[in-house]
Design a protein around this ligand. Sequence first.
Ligand SMILES: Cc1cc2nc3c(=O)[nH]c(=O)nc-3n(C[C@H](O)[C@H](O)[C@H](O)COP(=O)(O)OP(=O)(O)OC[C@H]3O[C@@H](n4cnc5c(N)ncnc54)[C@H](O)[C@@H]3O)c2cc1C
Length: 149
Amino acid sequence: MNDLLKELSLALGKEQVHTDDLTLIASAADAGCYRKIPKIVLKPQQEKQVIDSLKTLHKTGTPLTFRAAGTSLSGQSISDSVLLQARGHHWSSFEILEEGRLIKAQPGITGTRLNQLLAATGMKFGPDPASINSAMVGGNIANNASGMS
Ligand SMILES: Cc1cc2nc3c(=O)[nH]c(=O)nc-3n(C[C@H](O)[C@H](O)[C@H](O)COP(=O)(O)OP(=O)(O)OC[C@H]3O[C@@H](n4cnc5c(N)ncnc54)[C@H](O)[C@@H]3O)c2cc1C
């Protein structure tokens, strides 16, 4: 574990590798009924750090779970191994293309924000889960989220 922590800190920078009780316990549940306390929470700020994390964890066969907003209902976004959170302002950039028929977005942006960005084009983001104010694109896509329409 110490070797893994050292390698992850080298790959991502110490500030992005969290093992403090507060972070681990705050990440131990999603909106479901299960609880798993992660050993490490990674908060990368750029794509290269995600790639380096995956390479490092792959070498040691350490399981990794992604987490966006953590509103999953069946334990999809918890782990007793390593959790990687790609959300927040480092993961919220977007590009509106083809007058709103396409939007290219990072995974840490909420569906509500996407719809605000698209409003002027008259288009909407397809998935409309009831959790759309909190749930993020990465989680929407991986969960194949849908909603009332
Ligand atoms: C009150 C409430 C109402 C809800 N209503 C609906 C509904 O109407 N319809 C519906 O479908 N769901 C609903 N949900 C469930 C959930 O909110 C959705 O499935 C939502 O899309 C999950 O998004 P999230 O950002 O919270 O993802 P998370 O829960 O953080 O993650 C979901 C999955 O995506 C993976 N993931 C996250 N980020 C990435 C990434 N960057 N790369 C790869 N994988 C990633 C995670 O590993 C996990 O498997 C609801 C939940 C609540 C609490």
